[in-house]
Write a new protein. Sequence first.
Length: 430
Amino acid sequence: MPVDVLTGLQWGDEGKGKIVDILSESVDAVARFSGGGNAGHTVSVGPDLSFVLHHLPTGLLRENVEGLIGSGCVIDPGALLGEMGELAGAGLPVDRGRLLISAGAHLVHPVYRVVEKWDEARRGDSSIGTTARGIGPCYAEKYWRRGIRLEDAAFEQGLRHKAREQLEYHLDAMGGSAPSGSDLSALRDATGRFVEASLALLDYAGDVSLRIADILESGGSVLAEGAQGALLDPDHGTYPYVTGGSCTAGGACSGLGIGPRSIGQVVGVMKAYSTRVGAGPFPTELPNETGDRIRERGGEYGATTGRPRRCGWLDGVLARYAVRLNGCSWVALTLLDVLSGFEKLRVCNRYELDPEASAGIFERGARMALHRPFYRELDGWEEEIRGMTSWDALPRKARDYVLYLEELIGVPIGLVSTGPGRSEIIRRDV
Ligand code: IMP
């Protein structure tokens, strides 16, 4: 059996949690391959019960599914233990046999949050608007080859030494802006707790690549769960307004230690409109009443930070780009119900290049905002469609909207989500 991969096609927050939850019904393991505490995968498992998972693979919400965290992820050990505690409190204990964390996963030292805050302040108007979880500095340290990995916890004295070394290194780098007095003692205490939490996680450490190979060899199946979205990918997203981890399907190979030939289907998750949280180009943004209406109807506030999300029309050009980057087999469309009641809907279907851009390159970095989007206008639909489960029952104009998106992105839309609940989904043959 191959590994299927699920990724986000926009700037994160596409509703991946719900789709992973649905697809994990029939898999043996769900594996996170990138990101960490910056992610917020929300799953509504009952009328009054929902979970927001940051580090843990969403599949753990199903009793028979094993969770794997690959070396492409970055882990805040205390926060991860807290998440595990929350699940245990809800009657879903994450025992040793149900969770395996790659020994090569990097750990988020508490000083990284401080460094990130300092760095964001220094950037002033050009700040990234990160989730402030220390993600960027952790990936930076990884590539500076100074980072702390879970395997370091196997040598307690070595871990303590590294944790101290990281703290001193960054305090030194921040110079006069480094915390002092009670802030510094709080940071030293947090470093002590970081070491203890890392040691506690050691019980879960192992070889994720090997575990996946074993599962596949015995005929089992694995779903690789991406975090964030293609447009936040450091290689292919709107750089520098991106995250640190790989957000496209290719990242599943490096982040889990599997070869490309192990990949089966690639499922892209796309919202019926666009949102973005944090700074960076967003050509189809609606900084007006229409955008506010989408935000309120869609509850578009960050699952990790609570920040209001920027809202806009669906960008079909970028969606098609993301489908190509990921090599999507099919797409799951989410939050279609949010668009009920809009008289007209717009979808960006082409761009006119910024006349000042040299060599006619469609830049996707910071200058992307200078390219001019053009739209196709479609009729909206009045009817509330929340909770619908049948394609034929959808208003014709809602179906036309989905079919137009399908035409734009060039691959079938196999699932249409009509609400947060597990059962609020339309399945189509793809
Ligand atoms: P970082 O991942 O905290 O470094 O943040 C970098 C950028 O990615 C910021 O614009 C964040 O708002 C954005 N980002 C990171 N994780 C998520 C996510 O899960 N959903 C949406 N945006 C995210």
